[in-house]
Write a protein that binds this ligand. Sequence first.
Ligand SMILES: [Zn+2]
Length: 168
Amino acid sequence: MGDKPTAAMVLSLIGGLFVIFGGAALAFVGSLIGSLNVTGTGAASSTALGLGIAGVIMGIIMVVGGFMMYSKPTSAKMWGVIVLILSIISWVTALGGFFIGFLLGLIGSILALTFKPTMAPGAMPPPMMSSSMPMGSAPMGSMGMTCKNCGASIPAGATRCPSCGANL
Ligand SMILES: [Zn+2]
């Protein structure tokens, strides 16, 4: 897999187009019912028209999401969530994008959600400071002095060796 979610982009884009078509079809059906002017269908007509227009807008957002997850792979997860939600809601607003829009949006969003940029910042931890420090600069506090006479370790500030009593 490359460092750009190409498949997720293509599927979200085409899925979005089908959702746009589905929303337009629903809006068209809504206006058609309205134009028939049959008593009692007014509410259904305006509902279908409103949902269809919302579906078209959602389809456009899915297309934009496809472009965004490609141009900014680090935002692929966020757009994956958006495309996933819109794909599911498209059943209400856009006839599921004739099912194809729903299916492509679903697969595209899952690909976007599982996408891992190969050059993700922060994937590699910075090298530890202590390992790169020169060996000569040992901390001053634990100065391990040893007696020149017997080799025993002497606490800092002592004037005589606690082991053999030699002057330091
Ligand atoms: Zn000593």
